[in-house]
Design a protein around this ligand. Sequence first.
Ligand SMILES: C[S@@+](CC[C@H](N)C(=O)[O-])C[C@H]1O[C@@H](n2cnc3c(N)ncnc32)[C@H](O)[C@@H]1O
Length: 411
Amino acid sequence: MDQRPHPLPGMSAWEYDALKADIRRFGVVYPVVKDEQGSIIDGRQRERVCRELGLANYPVQILAGLSEDEKMDRALVLNQARRRLSRRQMRDLIAAELRRTPDLSNNWMAQILGTMDKTVEAVRRGLVASSEIPRLDRLRGKDGKHRPVTRVATNTAREHRMAQDALRMLGDDAPRRRVELRHLERAARWKVGHVPLRAKAVPVVQDAQIRLLHCPFQELERVAGLQPGSVSLILTDIPYNQGFLAQVQELAAFAARALVEGGIFVTYSGQCHLDRVMQALGEHMVYRWTSCSHIRRHANLFHPAQCLSFWKPVLIYSKGDWRKRRQWHDFLSVDHEEKRWHAWQQPLEEVERLIRGFSEPGDLVCDPCGGGFTTAVACKLLGDRRCVSCDIDEPAVARGRERLAIEGGIA
Ligand SMILES: C[S@@+](CC[C@H](N)C(=O)[O-])C[C@H]1O[C@@H](n2cnc3c(N)ncnc32)[C@H](O)[C@@H]1O
């Protein structure tokens, strides 16, 4: 980022100490945001705290392809989402921003800064009257100059370095969208002539090994020719309504047959009938853990309990011994909902993380309640897991196949 002064007021010593205590206790919740050169766009204080606490691994999001002005806009948006400014501070901030980019429309600037367009207009009038900025006939709106950006999320210093290497190799060919590190590396490998970035042979999965079937899960073994003890991970998302409860025990029995010894069963679950879901699953498998799936700044109101709920449980069971050995963490958090393919669709990034965390390359993954078939798409994108998935709803399967064809590639 360039060396222009940041227009937001600095953090007080008290605020900094509070941030440090928070990070010491909970780790870095909001990723540090950097550009492709490694300069910080947002999160200087968080990075300073990590340095002081000796934390090397913390989440970093890389945004590649932004102009200097766009980086500044991002920093403001991200900061504004977290900090509360006084009226005076907000007017000073608006004035600084209007001096920097007087051609930005009031409305767009108000959105960036999290204020009202009337407030921006009032500050603008004052600056025009004192000739600090020109009176402009045409202003630049939100869509006036939008360039898509490459976004990569990383969680460790090593992943961060790998993302930067891949971005360097790709240059202008970096995909302009949110992309998993693994896919970014794959695109970079492709560009530099298939030279492996990490010397590890992983089984490559053919399209035919991602199968989407139209049947109830109760018939999946027969329809898919699924052998007992052949599935390493069942990752699914059961319907949350009371009507499905009668089938949960059948699902657990199916899992107990299909899973390998030590195989893992993961399902998203609603809150309302959680006790009965857990009771039914526990009849055939061993309960291990509950992770939290959280979508930032998103909540659902549950009327019976009048609870504004910010998360949903992800239940984890095993068949027999828990063979999980690698370290993992149980807080899954993404930026926004994804509902393009199915009303109950889960975030792809999160599902990919669960697959990576609970299965190995070459494993067979199964989703017996496919819905939008996010599990199957994630396996296809990972490129090294086989997947069999089904849904009782025929149109959902047709859409799933369409999705697999559209989203299942690198581009
Ligand atoms: C919560 S949705 C799954 C959403 C999915 N995780 C996604 O990301 O799009 C549950 C799905 O289970 C399906 N379903 C319900 N009963 C089923 C059964 N007996 N066999 C197979 N699928 C079933 C429903 O049609 C629905 O599409």
